[in-house]
Write a protein that binds this ligand. Structure first.
Ligand SMILES: [Zn+2]
Length: 310
């Protein structure tokens, strides 16, 4: 099935997926280091769209979400981008993917995008912010405002400057133990150019409406100021989950952190909160890395959470 052609409706808006990469053979222990055999067995209960039944390898995806409201064209996150130097992550290194062609096939040219909203500023969520023109990284969406967390931005800038101020930002965030920092080089080629072009608007992630029906809900841990983005139209809710979960397996095993989670204890707490919120609101949830349609709903039966693809 072509998941990019599925149209989801929330109130007055339509939501479609724009794909970048399909990841069809992810070893469970590579995504969830130290994961136990019970988790591997749990994974095998998922259908062949989510786990290869022959090998036990997980399927994932990297994509973005296009939201069209009556008066705005909005992108949620911007995947990895083409031609980015990512030697530390071979599957993302110097990509040459027809992402902009897929966006065009959905009826949207780069100049049509009004808003780019970021759940967080990791390598696979900010890449199409920029593209290479004459050897320079320039904003891909020249008419867009790019909206993201001020703290997430300050942290990226501090790590890029290597001036020792990152520790104070971590202290202020108060997320406890740190297991990693964001991938080096991403801030410089995919965030800083939109800031220098005057297109960025940094916000405090506090759950209030930041822009046109979109609220940034605090869910730190995967990154220092990760936000789940809630969109509301005519009383209906969509939740863009970013990376609070990476595969439906984590709905059954929310204790599992991905290898990419920076603050493990905070990531677990935010994951549980996000699932409770999704179950209580009945919102349609849009993920960045789940396989299949990557969209669905969370249900809670009194003892456990379950995921249902839409
Ligand atoms: Zn991600």
């Amino acid at each position: 099935m072509d998941h990019d052609s599925a149209v989801h409706r929330i109130g007055d808006a339509t939501i479609t997926r724009i794909s970048e990469l399909a990841l069809d053979a992810v070893a469970i222990g590579d995504l969830y280091p130290g994961c136990d055999t019970a988790a591997a067995q749990e994974a095998c209960r998922f259908g062949p769209g989510s786990v290869d039944p022959r090998t036990g390898l997980l399927r994932q995806s990297i994509h973005t979400w296009l939201v069209r409201t009556p008066d705005r064209v909005v992108l949620i996150d911007t995947a990895t981008g083409n031609g980015k130097e990512r030697p530390a992550v071979p599957i993302l290194h110097r990509l040459d993917e027809p992402y902009l062609d897929r966006l065009k096939a959905a009826g949207v040219g780069p100049e049509d995008v009004d808003l780019v909203l970021h759940t967080h500023l990791h390598v696979d969520h900010v890449g199409w912010n920029t593209r290479a023109v004459d050897g320079r990284w320039v904003p891909t969406f020249p008419n867009a405002r790019y909206v993201f967390s001020a703290r997430e931005h300050a942290y990226g800038a501090a790590l890029a400057a290597a001036d020792g101020t990152d520790g104070a930002i971590r202290e202020e965030a108060g997320l406890g133990r740190m297991s990693r920092t964001p991938l080096a080089g991403v801030y410089e080629d995919s965030v800083l150019p939109v800031v220098e072009a005057g297109l960025a608007r940094t916000i405090v992630v506090d759950g209030t409406e930041a822009v046109d029906g979109f609220a940034f809900l605090p869910s730190p841990g995967h990154s220092i100021d990760h936000a789940c983005i809630r969109f509301t139209s005519r009383g209906e809710h969509a939740l863009f989950w970013g990376d609070v979960l990476h595969h439906p397996l984590q709905v059954a095993r929310p204790d599992l952190n991905s290898v990419y989670c920076e603050f493990p204890d905070a990531a677990r707490a935010s994951r549980r909160r996000a699932m409770v919120h999704a179950a209580e609101t009945g919102a349609l949830v849009f993920t960045t890395h789940f396989p299949e349609s990557s969209a669905g709903r969370i249900r809670f039966d009194g003892s456990r959470f379950t995921w249902h693809f839409a």
